[in-house]
Design a protein. Structure first.
Length: 196
């Protein structure tokens, strides 16, 4: 899965859990954590889809945070692991799902693994759901007012700009260029607060 799918899926899962548990959702934070496992692209010597994509690793990282902050962290934990479970586990490259217990590469065998068109439809489906929920819930308004987390928008902004303009870390398919541009617009719109 690429940036479009990861942001969309992380946001949607975070939104469902936050609403169900009556937890306020910090949108820049959920976007950021849903992309965080891909930090491995930029860590020398760390395999992509390796340790940062591990469920064990995510439990090690999030358990102390949950103990300190309580269950308000649950949407962000699910946003983080959605990257692995619903995003990259369905690729045919495999991920180190149980690192450091095992370095074995794991993936689910589905038609999505093998046909690029299916993967693109998968991402576009979640992107369309994101747009609908983002608009209906008026989160486009809320995200502009979350001043305490504006700095976190650097993560999704970088994740959208690098493949869109520099083919780094990967080249995005043409059919996902428009969703990347829409996300870029949403993120830039979110950075600048409204004038009161």
């Amino acid at each position: 899965m690429l940036v479009v799918g990861h942001i969309s899926l992380g946001y949607l899962l975070g939104k469902i859990i936050a609403k169900g548990k009556d937890i306020p959702l910090n949108i820049p934070a959920i976007w950021a954590v849903s992309l965080l496992p891909d930090v491995d692209f930029y860590i020398p010597g760390v395999r992509h889809m390796g340790p940062t994509h591990s469920i064990v690793f995510s439990l090690i990282v999030f358990t102390p945070i949950i103990m300190f902050k309580g269950w308000r962290i649950l949407p962000y934990f699910l946003g983080y692991i959605s990257h692995t479970i619903f995003g990259d586990l369905i690729t045919n490259r495999g991920i180190m799902l149980f690192w450091p217990i095992s370095s074995r590469l794991v993936y689910l065998k589905t038609p999505i693994n093998y046909v690029l068109v299916y993967r693109i439809y998968y991402e576009l489906f979640f992107f369309a759901l994101f747009l609908i929920v983002f608009y209906i819930s008026r989160d486009y308004f809320r995200v502009r007012h979350e001043n305490s987390a504006k700095l976190l928008l650097v993560i999704p902004l970088t994740a959208v700009v690098l493949p869109l303009f520099f083919d780094n870390p990967i080249k995005i398919p043409r059919s996902l260029v428009l969703p990347h541009i829409i996300y870029l617009g949403i993120i830039i719109y979110s950075i600048f607060p409204t004038r009161s």
